[in-house]
Design a protein around this ligand. Structure first.
Ligand code: TAP
Length: 470
């Protein structure tokens, strides 16, 4: 776009950038997250409005050029995008959020590829720095698009993606593809803009080979990393079309995505390199489930109510199953009942419980559980020995002691909530099926553990009823 934007447009881009930054900051705490989200939406509205004015001014200043500003198509794009976004946001269940984020990342990457490609068609003889930015947009955008599509398919558990595609020596293939992409960007800078097309094709292959070997519990990290890539691609596209707000917002997404990836790696005791290049196999090691579960003791709602009746300190460990069953309101009711009977109730939150970062916080906030009762894993673990009853509701991997004991397990080294140290553990789940990592959990057969086989919501409601009758 034109260098000399009207002052109003420049100011609007500045306002949008500030709104993004303040919104992002607000999103870092559950209490302010909704406000942060709304500020981000407002920033986006301001940025789109400014971009429209920007386009209109540009075309008016270049009436003889071949640039075309068609408000109709922009309006159509906004309407179609808004409708799809609205429908998806209403339809997609919270447990499908990672898939949705994967798709959003992917489309962000695709948009970068298309915008940079479109700009190349309009300005084939752009300066060298513009050509590098276009090349990087194409490279990172295509990696993001195809990597995200593959991540989506894996999270949706498509049958044909159950096993990684057979790629011999994947690390070497990745390095060769990356070198070839860099070579093609070099060709573009030398004036051969046609190299953009093979660049996008090779980068697409790279996106697939990068994500191909990754699976199981490592997928959330990959999604956060792809989120970061989509930000980098957007920032590059900002340089291509000389749009500051795109550069700033892309950089914010790029930086926050990489920080989130690092935090999640820390929560799983893995390095980013290990997640990306050390292939993770689910359910690969350890004794068979029937051996592990030989001594499981099953209990009823009445039994659990009896245990809770005398408990002074109760800790709830929520997991993915609680989200599936939408049991958050029932759990809150149980907690209030226990509190009225004199017990203290806390919630032990594992950083990767559920299927997305902050999943459990969002669920419990929806049921008005006070934030003060939500305890992070590192804060609550040292105190678990004084807990009378731990209620593990729909959680599995995040309480699996195998992470501490079996170095070959897919969750080896992942810090867990040490509920096995509590006086009594009650696990509420429907069966002895494994969790996300597809490995048996010896906690369920521990001497201090009982399993209440039930759907999380129905089970907790039954316990509430039984407790009222005690
Ligand atoms: P999981 O290990 O996945 O275990 C969930 C358990 O919930 C299952 O064993 C299942 O057993 C039970 N369940 C399912 N539906 C239920 C229902 N309606 N009522 C009661 N129980 C139900 O969950 P987790 O402990 O939260 O661990 C999360 C895992 O997901 C980790 O391995 C993590 O790495 C991975 N992951 C995390 C994220 C993020 S960022 N949070 C994203 C993707 C993956 P039944 O079928 O027997 O009921």
């Amino acid at each position: 776009m034109d260098e000399s934007l009207p002052l109003l447009t420049k100011f609007a881009y500045l306002v949008a950038s500030v709104l993004f930054i303040v919104g992002l900051k607000a999103m870092s705490h559950p209490r302010t997250a909704v406000r942060g989200n709304l500020l981000g939406v407002l920033g986006m509205v301001v940025a789109i409005g400014a971009a429209c004015v920007d386009g209109w001014v540009y075309v008016n200043r270049h009436p003889d050029g071949d640039a075309d500003f068609t408000p109709f198509y922009i309006g159509l794009g906004i309407v179609v995008g808004s409708v799809i976004g609205f429908v998806l946001a209403r339809k997609v269940r919270m447990t499908q959020m990672p898939q949705m984020v994967a798709l959003l990342n992917g489309f962000g990457g695709l948009a970068s590829v298309l915008v940079a490609g479109g700009d190349l068609l309009q300005n084939p003889s752009a300066a060298w720095d513009g050509l590098i930015a276009s090349g990087l947009s194409g490279l990172v955008g295509a990696v993001t698009f195809w990597g995200s599509l593959l991540a989506y398919g894996k999270l949706e558990e498509f049958k044909f993606l159950e096993r990684p595609l057979p790629v011999p020596k994947p690390l070497i293939v990745n390095i060769l593809l990356l070198l070839a992409c860099c070579g093609l960007i070099g060709l573009m800078v030398a004036g051969h803009v046609w190299a953009y097309l093979p660049l996008v094709i090779l980068a697409s292959a790279l996106g697939i080979t990068l994500v191909n070997p990754i699976g199981g519990a490592d997928m959330p990290v990959v999604i956060a990393l792809l989120n970061s890539y989509s930000g980098v691609a957007a920032a590059m596209t900002g340089f291509v079309i000389n749009n500051n707000v795109l550069i700033i917002s892309g950089s914010l997404v790029g930086a926050s995505g990489i920080i989130l990836s690092q935090l999640m790696c820390k929560a799983m005791n893995r390095s980013l390199a290990n997640v990306m290049f050390g292939s993770s196999q689910t359910g690969a090691s350890g004794p068979a489930a029937d051996v592990v579960y030989a001594k499981v003791r099953s209990v009823s709602a009445d039994d659990v109510a009896m245990m809770l009746d005398s408990a002074q300190r109760v800790v709830v460990v929520p997991g993915y199953g609680l989200a599936v069953a939408q049991a958050q309101h029932a759990v809150r009711d149980l907690a209030r009942l226990l509190e009225r009977r004199g017990a203290t109730v806390e919630y032990a939150i594992h950083p990767v419980a559920g299927r997305m970062p902050g999943h459990m916080n969002v669920l419990l906030a929806e049921a008005d559980v006070p934030y003060e009762q939500l305890k992070e894993m590192d804060a609550i673990n040292p105190t678990l020995e004084t807990v009378d009853v731990a209620l593990v509701i729909g959680a599995n991997d995040v309480v699996n002691p195998v992470a501490r004991t079996d170095p070959n397990s897919p969750i080896a080294g992942m810090p867990i909530i040490d509920v096995d140290k509590c006086r009594t553990v009650v696990v509420i789940k429907r069966s002895l099926s494994p969790g996300f990592a597809k490995i048996p959990n010896p906690l369920f057969a521990a001497d201090n553990a009982y399993v209440y086989f039930a759907d999380a919501q129905a089970g907790v409601l039954a316990i509430v009823q039984a407790l009222k009758n005690v």
